[in-house]
Design a protein around this ligand. Structure first.
Ligand SMILES: Nc1ncnc2c1ncn2[C@@H]1O[C@H](COP(=O)(O)OP(=O)(O)OP(=O)(O)O)[C@@H](O)[C@H]1O
Ligand SMILES: [Mg+2]
Length: 292
């Protein structure tokens, strides 16, 4: 199916502001991922494709035969609705897991994709950011909860909110590695230094084995020089930690959530579906598949 073209945005200046990145930004390549693997999808910048990547990478990994759990850690609940779960029908949510010690398995919902499950979020999660402040071991709530189901899934993808608050810290503390979506637009790299410093803080204080596994370039518009410039800049800084797959900006990807479907279901042969399938292959390269 051919896709409608997006309107070409005005050409922005091609000078991409590069942040002062810490030396660990130049990182050596990592060995293949070990399963089970918990990946936090994080970037405090809003609207860069975190949720789109959690939903669509999750679906594509499930299609490859991996058992995948998406944890919606954002009070906006976009991963929940994007996977076809209505907030009204949610019985147990990630709020209950983090705040009320409800077992994860009581909150997991199946999705329309085989092997793909979600722990939904509802708006009450917004309160958790404040309610967690006086709690004991407040940074480790999610890590402890997910520990109980770690053998049940090959991949757990945590969709973090656009902030560096306690919810994101819980996401990073629970993860084996961080995936950072970067939108191929102006100011794309702004705030990245801060995110990397936070990853380092979490590694030092909470989760010594947390890895910065990869950067996913999203919303790439091949018709703009700017997108190419951002890609070049990001690859220069992060080298082999940047996935080769670049997710294009397409209308179909942005339409899929309102149908509650991942792109591989909504429009299986679209450019977006192909890109997320490629990304899933890259992310899982070298990992052994679970039988059945
Ligand atoms: N490759 C793409 N092509 C077109 N639209 C996209 C693409 N990726 C994401 N979008 C759209 O851009 C918007 C922001 O994406 P998304 O919600 O995934 O970002 P986010 O980082 O999770 O945002 P937030 O910080 O608010 O949680 C959404 O409307 C989404 O449908
Ligand atoms: Mg989001």
């Amino acid at each position: 199916m051919t896709e409608p073209d997006v309107e070409a945005p005005a050409e922005a200046p091609v000078e991409v502001p590069a942040p002062a990145l810490p030396p660990e930004a130049m990182m050596p390549p990592l060995p293949p991922i070990e399963l089970p693997s918990v990946l936090a999808i994080a970037n405090q910048k809003g609207g860069v494709g975190k949720t789109t990547t959690a939903v669509n990478l999750g679906a594509a990994l499930a299609e490859l035969g991996f058992r995948v759990l998406v944890v919606d850690l954002d009070p906006q609940g976009n991963a929940t609705t994007g996977l076809g779960i209505s907030h009204r029908n949610v019985e147990g949510s990630v709020y209950d897991v983090v705040m009320n010690d409800v077992p994860v398995e009581d909150c997991v919902e199946p999705t329309s994709v085989r092997n793909l499950f979600v722990i939904p979020a509802t708006i009450d999660l917004a309160g958790a950011e404040i309610e967690l402040v006086p709690a004991m071991s407040r940074e480790l709530k999610l890590r402890r909860a997910l520990g109980a189901v770690s053998g049940d899934y090959d991949f757990v993808l945590i969709d973090c909110p656009p902030s560096l608050g306690l919810l994101t810290v819980n996401g990073l503390a629970a993860a084996d590695a961080v995936l950072v979506p970067i939108q191929c637009e102006y100011y794309a790299l702004e705030g990245l230094g801060q995110l990397l410093r936070n990853v380092k803080l979490v590694r030092t204080n909470l989760n010594p084995t947390l890895e910065m596994r990869g950067i996913v370039l999203t919303m790439f518009d091949a018709r703009t020089k700017l997108a190419e410039q951002v890609e070049r800049e990001v690859r220069l800084h992060f080298g082999s930690r940047v996935y080769r797959t670049v997710v294009p900006r397409t209308v179909r990807i942005s339409e899929a959530p309102s149908f509650g479907q991942p792109i591989i279901v909504f429009d299986s042969s679209s450019r977006g579906a192909i890109a997320y399938r490629e990304l899933a292959k890259e992310v899982s390269r070298g990992a052994s598949r679970r039988a059945g």
